[in-house]
Write a protein that binds this ligand. Structure first.
Ligand code: DAH
Length: 342
């Protein structure tokens, strides 16, 4: 018994002195002490020489020795693994994480969403329609019959004749589609992509984006239109912007106007962007022409309405001071990365 006690304490001293600094030494330690032919197993052989009355005590000692060795081995293993010398890969939680590239919204989408949210607050609902339109919805119903000279200003890409299919030149076509449903009063904004047969330059493109608005009810007046657009400008650009209305012509509105705001660059003093006038044009508008209402089956003696339409590119260029329209469709990341999503 005494022999067993002194032998085990010798082994324990040896174990504590073992130097283990890498995975290979750790494995050698395991084989030497805990392997099938290791010292722990071999010590169990003492049992057969121990007298019966001491067997319980010897068993306890041997078991304690086994637990001591196993837990020392577990401690060494932890040490090797956390020191990174294990030869295996373990994650280091203190390293900085991988940076995942996060996209940002396209500037046109950012401004489109802002425009929509301003008008939503005024009770406008969003309405959408097809980009491939028929002649009726894009032109004829809007008081632009075949051979009307104003069609010239909105030349487009004609896909098919009889039936007449073309790429819509404005989202006013969506206004017609909604009016045809004859659910009045009607208060909608129509965002979307539109097309024109134009030579591409810094100021024109063969496609761009619009938001058009329409409000039809009883007793809607030009004063309602002015106040709505004034609110829009203040929300979009800020409180210190003035607006002015200039008489204009659109076949689908009477009277018609174009709306200017004080120049975003010089705030009205006069600069090269506003051509020294202090004003920049942002949209067209007017009171819906009675012919348009009648074309959609709406009684023009009972109902009146206003409409307006703006190019989102134009608003975006003014807001972010972008000088070339082509940048919006070139997909140059150096340009697009400058706009953070909102
Ligand atoms: N549709 C016109 C355009 O694309 C813009 C416009 C002007 C829309 C007056 C309207 C409006 O609804 O009333 O140039």
């Amino acid at each position: 018994m005494n022999q067993l006690v002194s032998q085990l304490s010798q082994y324990k001293d040896d174990i504590l002195k073992e130097s283990v600094t890498n995975a290979a030494e750790l494995e050698a330690f395991r084989i030497k002490y805990l392997g099938t032919k290791g010292i722990v197993k071999a010590s169990m052989a003492f049992m057969k020489d121990v007298p019966v009355e001491s067997k319980k005590e010897a068993g306890q000692l041997l078991n304690d020795f086994k637990i001591f060795t196993e837990s020392h081995y577990a401690g060494l293993k932890d040490k090797i693994e956390s020191s990174g010398h294990s030869g295996q890969t373990y994650s280091d939680n203190t390293l900085p994480g991988y940076a995942f590239p996060v996209g940002s919204r396209h500037p046109i989408s950012i401004i489109q969403n802002q425009i929509i949210s301003i008008f939503r607050r005024l009770g406008f609902a969003v309405a959408e329609g097809p980009e491939i339109e028929d002649d009726w919805h894009n032109f004829t119903a809007l008081n632009l019959p075949l051979n009307h000279p104003a069609r010239d200003m909105q030349d487009t890409f004609y896909i098919h004749t009889q039936p007449d299919w073309l790429l819509r030149t404005h989202t006013s076509s969506v206004q017609i589609r909604e009016m045809e449903k004859q659910q009045l009063p009607l208060r909608i904004i129509c965002p979307g992509r539109v097309y024109r047969n134009e030579t591409i330059s810094a100021r024109a493109h063969c496609f761009f984006h619009q938001v058009e608005g329409l409000y039809i009810a009883e007793k809607v007046s030009f004063a309602d239109l002015k106040q709505t657009l004034y609110f829009f400008v203040q929300e979009m650009f800020g409180k210190d912007f003035n607006v002015r209305f200039r008489p204009s012509y659109f076949p689908f509105t009477e009277p018609s106007a174009e709306m200017d705001i004080s120049c975003v660059i010089c705030k009205g003093k006069g600069c090269s962007v506003c051509k020294r006038t202090g004003w920049v044009e942002i949209l067209g508008c007017g009171m819906v022409h009675p012919n348009v209402l009648e074309n959609c089956g709406i009684d023009s003696s009972k109902y009146t309405g206003y409409a307006f339409g703006m190019g989102i590119e134009r608003i975006t260029m003014l807001k972010y001071q972008v000088k070339d329209l082509r940048l919006f469709s070139e997909n140059d990341l150096r340009f697009l990365k400058q706009f953070t999503a909102q």
